[in-house]
Design a protein around this ligand. Sequence first.
Ligand code: 5GP
Length: 176
Amino acid sequence: MSQPHLRLLFSREHIAERVQQLAAAINRDYPDGEILLVGVLKGSFLLVADLARALGRPCLIDFVRLASYGNETSSSGLVEIRKDLELPIRDRDVLIVEDIVDTGLTLEVLYRHLLQGRPRSLKVCALLDKRCHRQAAIEADYVGIRLEEGFVVGYGLDYQERYRHLPEIYLLEPGA
Ligand code: 5GP
């Protein structure tokens, strides 16, 4: 792709509002007590930070890193765990925090892997959901924004490691 063009899709205010709504829904569903947030690196680093503060309750935080093989903007379905959890999850309420669920193949591998740690509960929170691309039979329990088509960057999401720092979410359009 030559120099890509970024088209604003979601402002920082819109994202902040959706994160607050996610936190409110999570707080309604979970009984008192700690939730263990498992952020999926690198894309979820901003969401984990904002969600943890919006929840306003005791949380434990851990991260995993997965590598999925594919071309620049689509996944092949081959997923490898590059960095595993550092905290034990047995008998804990665990919430996977994902930037985006696309085919669902990455999430499916992670979900099955975490189940082996025998958490008390295991749910998924995703800021973005491209449901029409789904190939795996898995859904997020909490979804901030549903998307139809396109490859997005910003608010943690990258294209070739760029744009993660942007506070808004943009659609990446091929350059001229
Ligand atoms: P999956 O297809 O397995 O659901 O998605 C795996 C990963 O692909 C996501 O966690 C994310 O890192 C990346 N991905 C999927 N769609 C997009 C997108 O629109 N933009 C960016 N930057 N990454 C994406």
